[in-house]
Design a protein. Structure first.
Length: 646
């Protein structure tokens, strides 16, 4: 039986009153505390901005002073002044920063001769999304690498330098550019140099990247790669959750630093094939054409209010040959987490897409994703693709759904007999369950037959939970009122925050999912007997309401799928129960099962044996309790009348 209307209305009103109380009847002390917390956060953020401004001013002043010194000193004086710090690379430490660009049809790269590194990468086919003060979406060019706090520098072993090491981010490289490549060389004299070469290809996000060391007598070079990840998505909560450092040891599966906490992974003695600094939908990766000698990978979390998403760092060791002429080749990927592009690089770089682990990731990579890609080849709307994907999944799972509905129909056919047991054993729940198990066994009905098919579908549900926030194909793809299927849909923007994880918006897909879940739950379970577990009867209606807060800020592609799934479930249930399943045939089958001799074994018999054992233990405990109570009761003394003669 479903929940009656009055009870449902009452629970709804209680929930609404709780929300109203949270928002409008909060006590004065709590208001003061909340205001104080806001002022504290604002003060911290202001202090950080001021600190950044001071650092920028100091850096500019230092650059000005350095330029002033360089213009006033002769070259020989500068060389003499810096010689003890940079050794043979002293002349390369003197210069002015110059920017140069390389571009193709998918990205535009800006290089600096200081360090010979990429300082900015614009992805032409993508845009960054943010919200302004009025909560309106604002799009701007999607830029990577443009944070001045970033670092991409090699520690070169140089004799005569301070500490024996020179960092390339302090050197001014000589640039030599062609139409599709640029070469940076820092000369150390006497035929010694360090060189970096970048070559791009039309239509690809991959850069052919080579470093060459001539005359450096050392066994290794260390790369210090430090990236402050930019906030690129509207929903920065999930962007932070799916951003980290990924890496792949050469002899095992990929791994990564923690998504949610500060973490350091020490692989300094284990060869690595690639390292990737990844956002939710974009990554920059170095793939060694041979292998890196090892590395230490680190993530640092920032607060929600911080201007950057988080900091990721890789200290990677490049092996050097015994000779003095050494070349190390890499593929430098700067682009989207697009499955085919990453897979084309080899070495399983596509694993940086957070499709999930184990069977869930396997289902997403090799079942859900290929179906989605196939449908997208002739369907332009991603929302319609989700609808078609839902239909395909439901058709594939229909045999399990049919078994569930058929089991529910058999349980419904036994409901009159089960109802009669309630009155007979209303004071003995244990005996009631025993008798129910006897009836199930007598008629050959498995009481869990309706649950097992649902459990079998769980891997697909969990896989889809990871698929929609990870697949870049849904990023900024609109459908109906949703503007981005990889983020939450905003049907109503609120001027305040709703507690329990709702946020300051209302997701219509989430509301429609909750409503259709309640309808489907009522229709599919109204004939089920839940007298043995009354709490379950109400939990099935409370759960969708509880999940509103979770799904309200989740990817609208998932809630859109869940809505379509509920609608199809309702349709399948109506058609199956009314036009496919014959209740008369079910009753006849149950009667046949009743007359058949019962085989030993089976689920019902094992369950009945277990319940008999529970009943025996219960009776044993009751007897022990009765004996203990009797022993604790003082014995009553009976006085005998005197029998003496008168």
């Amino acid at each position: 039986m479903g929940m009656d209307r009055n009870t449902l209305i009452g629970l709804t009103l209680i929930f609404v009153l709780f929300i109203v109380w949270q928002q409008f009847f909060i006590g004065p002390e709590q208001q003061k505390q909340a205001a104080l917390q806001r002022r504290t956060r604002d003060s911290i953020a202001l202090a950080e901005r001021r600190a950044d401004s001071v650092q920028q001013l100091q850096r500019a002043e230092q650059v000005r002073r350095d330029s002033s010194v360089q213009t006033t000193l002769s070259d020989s004086a500068q060389v003499s002044q810096l010689g003890g710090k940079f050794g043979g690379f002293t002349r390369a430490a003197i210069g002015e920063e110059q920017l140069q660009t390389l571009e193709n049809d998918v990205f535009k790269l800006t290089f600096s001769n200081k360090g010979g590194q990429i300082v900015k990468a614009e992805l032409k086919k993508y845009q960054k999304v943010s919200e302004n003060e009025k909560k309106k979406e604002v799009k701007s060019p999607l830029i990577l690498f443009d944070n001045p706090k970033n670092k991409f520098a090699y520690a070169l072993p140089v004799s005569g330098a301070a500490g024996g090491v020179v960092s390339t981010d302090n050197l001014y490289f000589t640039a030599n550019q062609t139409a599709n490549s640029i070469t940076f060389r820092a000369d150390a004299g006497n035929g010694q140099y360090f060189e970096q070469k970048y070559t791009i290809t039309p239509g690809k996000y991959t850069i052919d990247y080579t470093v060459q060391a001539q005359g450096l007598n050392a066994s290794e070079i260390k790369l210090n790669w430090n990236t402050h990840l930019n906030k690129l998505e509207k929903n920065t909560h999930y962007e932070r959750q799916y951003s980290t450092v990924y890496f792949k040891p050469t002899d095992s599966r990929y791994s990564y630093c923690s998504y949610t906490s500060d973490d350091t992974e020490n692989y300094s003695t284990q060869p690595l094939k690639w390292i990737s600094h990844a956002n939710q939908f974009f990554n920059t990766s170095l793939v060694a054409k041979s292998q890196f000698k090892g590395g230490v990978l680190t993530t640092q979390q920032f607060r929600e209010e911080a201007p950057d998403l988080k900091r990721v760092q890789s200290e990677v060791v490049l092996p050097l040959n015994s000779d003095n002429n050494y070349t190390f080749g890499m593929d430098f990927y700067v682009g989207p987490n697009e499955f085919r592009s990453l897979r084309a690089l080899g070495s399983e770089l596509e694993d940086v897409i957070p499709f999930g682990w184990g069977i869930f990731g396997t289902i997403n990579r090799w079942v859900i994703r290929p179906i989605f890609d196939f449908l997208s080849t002739f369907i332009g709307s991603k929302g319609i693709v989700i609808l078609m994907l839902t239909l395909i999944v439901k058709l594939l799972l229909y045999p399990l759904s049919y078994r569930m509905l058929y089991s529910q129909a058999k349980m419904g056919a036994l409901k009159p007999q089960l109802e009669g047991l309630k009155d007979k054993f209303k004071d003995d729940p244990q005996a009631l369950q025993m008798e129910q198990m006897k009836i199930y066994r007598e008629f050959g009905v498995n009481p869990l037959g309706g649950c097992l098919p649902m459990l079998a579908q769980m891997p697909i549900w969990f896989a889809l939970y990871r698929f929609f926030p990870a697949a870049i194909e849904f990023r900024q793809a609109g459908f109906l009122w949703a503007t981005d299927l990889s983020s939450y849909d905003v049907f109503v923007q609120l001027p305040f925050e709703i507690p329990l994880g709702f946020g300051s918006h209302i997701s219509l897909f989430t509301l429609l999912w909750a409503v259709t879940t309640l309808i489907y739950t009522y229709y599919s379970t109204r004939h089920m007997d839940m007298s043995a577990n009354p709490a379950m009867k109400y939990m099935q209606y409370i759960m969708p309401v509880m999940f509103l807060g979770f799904f309200n800020s989740f990817a609208s592609g998932l809630t859109c799928y869940l809505l379509f799934s509920n609608i199809i479930n309702i349709g399948q249930t109506i058609v199956t129960k009314n036009f496919i399943i014959d209740e008369k045939k079910i009753m006849a089958l149950l009667e046949e099962n009743r007359k058949k001799p019962k085989k030993k074994g089976g689920f019902q018999e094992r369950l009945e044996i277990a319940m008999k054992e529970q009943e025996r233990l219960r009776n044993q405990r009751q007897q022990q309790q009765a004996k203990a109570a009797k022993a604790a009761t003082p014995a009553t003394t009976v006085k005998k009348k005197p029998t003496g003669k008168k």
